[in-house]
Design a protein around this ligand. Structure first.
Ligand SMILES: Cc1cc2nc3c(=O)[nH]c(=O)nc-3n(C[C@H](O)[C@H](O)[C@H](O)COP(=O)(O)OP(=O)(O)OC[C@H]3O[C@@H](n4cnc5c(N)ncnc54)[C@H](O)[C@@H]3O)c2cc1C
Length: 310
């Protein structure tokens, strides 16, 4: 059979798309490796609109419940969970989607919603203390560090924007950056560095995250002098980039220099006719749960029009 649509990914973008696709009665296959997406690891999420607070696991369960309520027997939505897409290829006017378990599906359109993963800090102790004071999301976890000394790692826009958020409640914020030049916009750097609670140190290598049960400090080396310094902090916010999950699509849609799918933000279309993308795997400026879900809904409206006016 040929599906109208295959949705790849079960985070907020893919799950929102699946609900809309089902309600629009598009013959849809939804494939996801896991449910919930990146914030599934969060203890609490406070900004998912309509729910004042819920854990990442609850968010994932809710996505599954909502998608399943619209899928299954007698419905136009079929769900394949625990399955990874490995390749998307053009097949005449249609596309073939291959999965890790060797299955192959045919479809008229595709929505790529495979999100991304954070580039992880490669320093001693970083893995062990992740979610124990070392985190990858200032807007999610920042308020837990109220009146404490924290470090931000990364001198790009994400690093400086995280620092700006943290300055609202932390006692002090020290930003550590690996090179001589900040990659963030000058105006942001200037504004953030004006805050008396803020300090930034360039040209550092992060050597170790210290702590037994929770983060207690960080050790870094000055690349120019070789001097090692230990900072006592209770929070470490890592912002050293994202790695989009787009490898399987690199031969079918144009990606930007970071591997993100290039889309038209008016309608989420890629320049490959019949393929849309939404959420963190795309080259939009801001990435959050609500944004990913909204982007996917925008894509679905456009996919529906495409299928019914083609
Ligand atoms: C620790 C952390 C906490 C966060 N907390 C918040 C928060 O509190 N509030 C907020 O708004 N945002 C938060 N964010 C950001 C938010 O999680 C992302 O913006 C959002 O998850 C992006 O949604 P997405 O659907 O585009 O992608 P993702 O959430 O990345 O979901 C992608 C999905 O695709 C699946 N997938 C990947 N590759 C394949 C493949 N090849 N085949 C099949 N399936 C695949 C994955 O299993 C996953 O289910 C947080 C991020 C992190 C890392």
């Amino acid at each position: 059979m040929t599906y109208d649509l295959i949705i790849i990914g079960g985070g907020p973008a893919g799950s929102a798309a699946a609900v809309y696709a089902s309600r629009k009665r598009l013959q849809t296959l939804f494939i996801t490796a896991e449910w919930g997406g990146q914030s599934v690891v969060s203890e609490q999420i406070y900004n998912w609109i309509g729910t004042p607070s819920l854990s990442g696991n609850e968010l994932a369960e809710n996505f599954k419940k909502h998608v399943m309520a619209n899928g299954g027997a007698g419905q136009t939505l079929e769900v394949k969970e625990g399955e990874k897409v490995t390749k998307v290829e053009k097949k005449g006017e249609k596309f073939s989607v291959k999965t890790e378990s060797g299955e192959e599906f045919e479809t008229k359109t595709i929505l790529i919603a495979t999100g991304s993963g954070r580039r992880k800090l490669a320093a001693k102790g970083a893995d062990r203390l992740e979610h124990k004071g070392l985190t990858y999301c200032a807007s999610c976890d920042g308020p837990l560090f109220s009146d404490q000394d924290v470090v931000v790692i990364g001198g790009g826009n994400a690093g400086f924007e995280s620092a700006a958020q943290l300055l609202a409640y932390c006692k002090s914020v020290t930003l550590l950056h690996r090179s001589d030049v900040f990659r963030a916009d000058e105006i942001t750097v200037e504004k953030v560095l004006k805050n008396p609670k803020m300090k930034a140190i360039k040209n550092v290598d992060i050597l170790e995250v210290l702590g037994d049960k929770f983060v207690e400090g960080i050790v870094y080396k000055d690349k120019k002098t070789g001097k090692e310094t230990t900072l006592k902090v209770s929070g470490i916010f890592v912002e050293i980039g994202q790695i989009p999950n787009t490898d399987f699509a690199k031969d079918i849609v144009p990606l930007d220099e970071y591997g993100r799918v290039k889309i038209d933000p008016m309608n989420q279309k890629t320049s490959t006719k019949g393929i849309w993308a939404a959420g963190d795997c795309t080259n939009v400026l801001y990435h959050q749960n609500n944004i990913a879900a909204g982007d996917a809904v925008r894509a679905l409206e456009d996919i529906y029009l495409y299928i019914h006016t083609k």
